[in-house]
Design a protein around this ligand. Structure first.
Ligand SMILES: Cc1cc2nc3c(=O)[nH]c(=O)nc-3n(C[C@H](O)[C@H](O)[C@H](O)COP(=O)(O)OP(=O)(O)OC[C@H]3O[C@@H](n4cnc5c(N)ncnc54)[C@H](O)[C@@H]3O)c2cc1C
Length: 440
């Protein structure tokens, strides 16, 4: 095809643009924020101030698309480590045993995005345009371009053989479809009511937290679930995020931030309640609802229109699945375009290919969400069984490194969740769960 337009220059847009360059002479990446400059927070991605764990599967996919990028990030200050060994997991203050699962990278979200952006901008045929997508234009049953607004592009129309919507959770795709005479994709929602608060602290070279390079600590309480993480990131810093739900969401008050860490059951995290090397204010973020759009259920869609990333499905961020999902969407897009499909057709085959990917991640995260008393919305099927299995694994993975490894591979989207329910694994989990928990 001659020209593809990718809307949104964040993680999903950058990955989609990379894949589309294999099939289009020109790729126009449209982003409303100014993308010039280095790794910095920007308005369009406010979640960038908070912890962004990239799952092992996501890093594998990114490395395949951009060979050598893990090494580049390492050289620029990111920590590269095994998320099952160097990152220690705590449930109610009890440590899980180490279980290696591969390579992970620990850095801030702007840093990761900047590395992707540099690589994409250097690709042949890529043009980055600053502007806001205001609407799509269509002719002969397919999308044929995008109308832009913004300082440089007011009213400009960019013609396209294919438009990929990567404008995130707040996409206006429903209104754009409506304006072209199509019905929006059916949605499913889960009201999670999550809140995050984050601060940065100075980190000495090779500094450890109770022997660990990074920590995730969660409480197993359906009425007052809390979590806290400390990740080493570029620039010699600790990124510390605390999370809570519903009425227990953290505020931007430094005293609230400190008191949550002081009360954390993981002792190694409590030092962040009173360290004097704090180097940022408290940033907060509210995540009210997870949303997915099921395009595969649409009766009628215009041709030449694709969606990827959070515009298709956004999940409770505590499971860290968003960016890795975007890598899988990009891979599905590459397969679809590589299969010889005309970009001008309605992309039903692409959306059907996404269905099992989205189902798997959505079921994993929303099933866990529905254990919390306050959560409402579209309940996935088989919740009772999933909860029994998850409860079993919560206890068993404190005892058994093999099971913790399996759990981590499922969480990192390296293994299918059904593996946890395989009879031999269930028996092993049952026996492990009966053993006394280790001393904290
Ligand atoms: C608090 C929080 C924590 C998270 N933590 C993790 C984590 O630990 N691990 C993980 O993998 N994921 C995490 N996520 C999810 C992750 O941020 C997203 O999945 C990821 O950014 C991919 O999203 P995206 O590119 O689809 O959309 P976004 O990142 O939301 O980007 C959308 C882009 O589109 C641009 N845009 C929007 N509208 C227009 C328009 N009309 N015209 C032009 N440009 C437009 C925006 O400026 C932005 O650049 C977290 C999310 C939140 C909210």
């Amino acid at each position: 095809m001659d020209r593809a337009v990718v809307l949104g220059g964040s993680v999903a847009g950058l990955l989609a643009a990379r894949v589309v360059t294999d099939h289009a002479s020109e790729v126009v990446l449209v982003e409303r924020d100014d993308l010039a400059g280095g790794p910095a927070m920007r308005k369009g991605v406010p979640q960038g101030a908070h912890v962004h764990g990239l799952l092992a599967r996501g890093l594998e996919q990114i490395e395949a698309l951009f060979p050598g990028i893990t090494q580049e990030m390492f050289e620029d200050g990111a920590e590269v480590a095994d998320p099952g060994i160097d990152l220690r997991w705590f449930v109610d203050g009890q440590a899980k045993p180490p279980a290696g699962i591969g390579l992970g990278v620990s850095c801030t979200r702007p840093f990761l995005e900047w590395h992707l952006r540099r690589r994409v901008a250097a690709l042949k045929g890529v043009r980055v345009v600053r502007g806001r997508a205001e609407g799509l234009t269509a002719s002969a049953g397919r999308v044929d371009g995008v109308t832009l607004s913004g300082a440089e592009q007011e009213g400009e129309h960019v013609g396209a053989d294919l438009v990929v919507d990567c404008t995130g959770k707040s996409t206006r795709i429903d209104a754009w479809l409506d304006a072209m005479g199509y019905v929006a994709a059916p949605q499913r929602k889960v009201n999670v009511g999550l809140g995050y608060a984050t601060r940065f602290f100075a980190r000495a070279p090779d500094e450890r937290l109770g022997g660990a390079r990074a920590i995730i600590s969660i409480t197993d309480d359906v009425n007052r679930a809390r979590g806290a993480v400390a990740f080493p990131v570029e620039g010699g810093r600790w990124l510390v995020t605390v999370g809570g739900y519903d009425q227990d969401r953290p505020s931007s008050d430094p005293a609230d931030f400190a008191s949550r860490l002081e009360a954390d059951p993981c002792v190694a995290l409590r030092q962040f309640a009173h360290r004097d090397d704090v180097i940022s204010d408290v940033a907060t973020y509210r995540y009210p609802v997870s949303v997915r759009r099921d395009f595969y259920r649409c009766r009628r869609l215009p041709g030449a229109l694709i969606g990827a990333g959070d515009s298709i499905a956004s999940f409770n961020p505590i499971y860290g699945q968003g960016m890795t999902s975007a890598t899988l969407h990009a891979a599905a897009l590459g397969d679809y375009l590589g299969s010889g499909a005309s970009p001008h057709e309605p992309a039903m085959r692409y959306f059907k290919k996404l269905r099992p990917l989205v189902n798997s991640v959505w079921t994993l995260s929303t099933s866990a969400d529905f254990r919390l008393a306050h959560v409402t919305g579209d309940r996935p099927r088989g919740l009772w069984v999933t909860h029994r299995v998850n409860d079993l694994y919560t206890k068993a993975t404190l005892q058994d490194a093999t099971l913790h490894g399996l759990f981590l591979r499922v969480l990192n989207l390296q293994e299918r969740p059904e593996m946890m329910a395989r009879p031999d694994n269930l028996v092993r989990a049952y026996l492990a769960a009966r053993r006394a928990p280790p001393v904290a």
